[in-house]
Design a binder for this molecule. Sequence first.
Ligand code: F6P
Length: 531
Amino acid sequence: MALAQHYQKLKDVHLRQLFAEDPARGERFTVEAAGLYLDYSKNRITDETLTLLQQLARECGVKERIDAMFRGDKINVSENRAVLHVALRAPRGACIMHDGRNVVPDVHAVLDKMADFSARVRGGEWKGHTGKRIRNVINIGIGGSDLGPVMAYGALRYYSDRAMTVRFVSNVDGTDFAEAVRDLDAGETLFIVSSKTFTTLETMSNAHTARSWLLAALKDESAIAKHFVAVSTNAPEVAQFGIDTANMFEFWDWVGGRYSMDSAIGLSTMLAIGPDNFRAMLDGFHAMDEHFRSAPLERNLPVLMGLLGVWYSDFFGAQTVAILPYEQYLKRFPAYLQQLTMESNGKHVTIDGVRVDYDTGPIYWGEPGTNGQHSFYQLIHQGTRFIPCDFIAFSRALNPVGRHHDILLANVFAQTEALAFGKTAAEVKAEGTPDWLVPHRLFEGNRPSNTLLLDTLTPAALGKLVALYEHSVFTQGTIWQIDSFDQWGVELGKALAQKIIPQLDGSSEPKLEHDSSTNALIRRYRKTKEP
Ligand code: F6P
């Protein structure tokens, strides 16, 4: 294949050489879309690489798949579902069809219901059972019903109502719940039970515990109606739990869990930042959707980023990608991206069920800068692994403090420069370094990175950023010919846990028929657990 041959030619070429040969490279290999500026010049690519990658995209039908997604085709083949998160942020007058029905009015009806509810809670009109206003919101959910809301709340904290406490309970480890409620007054607390299926073990366990906690304090079943709302696609289960479906915010099976932060799953976000800011976030998503749908492949930001990821995964053998936001409010962005990228593209068969003979989704990880610089960057700079990095930064600080922002941004630029160009033995020697120390102080460089520079972290900017990654994940999945929208890999562990739960309880030893390791662990736990 042409790309494999091209890789052989390029694999030993240094970024120093590429920049020397083309001094305008740093301006040329950039693209701006919907206010996001991407500098991809510090990647191990040439014009030929881009041409070949775009050819690959064309051959794999990226354009056709984008159209199929927007058209509502059932591109989630293994679950026989459409993939229409783009409809969640379509403007009111738009038309996106699903099974012969325009879903945009449904989306806006739920958004309006959320806005009305949020305004009533934020304004103090919606009161708790004892007549107190709601001051605490706890979202109970896990995976896509948690990570998006957690990330968005952190990212948009600046815009949030500081009189309100917003917390998240996801883990079935009782500590998560206990710590979330320990200082709260039940009479001022609203639980949002967020679960697409409303059957997830962790979420339902936490929801039942929350129910008991509330009833222990308020001592009246009728309090549930004022302190519990649900976000789900499963009305019968919501009713079964005891939440009035009038207090349920709906979404649909064409929204994947990890693509749901701008559906009703974002209710906690809306309660925190208010309906107007939430809608601004949706507009940001939509701006990137439009760019993705209409921009030519060569200038298409998500396509470009997706293709660069494929280039490194499948030709350079990169096992991981580091996500490095230089923005404290984006602290949980790498964790959010882990589910988005790894649950989407961690697949070993093609859409047709054939085992792939190439690598698919890499491992995503990261921490905000500058903290990471003082822990794991050493390995990125001088370790033996090859780790492409995405740096994310904003030109304007939300909290301008002295010279902090210049210092922060200087670090972004310095890191990408150091990674790309390194420091040669001659340069190290010229500093007066003794010969024996030179290898230790040498930086090979040639470590690639993208730099995403945005103006200010606004709700709209966050929407654009998330949509950028959503679509770049889709682009990659299309190249790899996998189903980026299913998640069968999580099922086996869930089923086995259901089998083991009753085996951990009761005084007489159950008949254990697992392997010897699992049997021994269960026995030891039974012996050592609290009586
Ligand atoms: O187990 C994985 C998963 O299905 C995710 O895909 C999903 O986001 C999460 O569990 C939570 O599911 P639910 O929203 O149905 O509770």
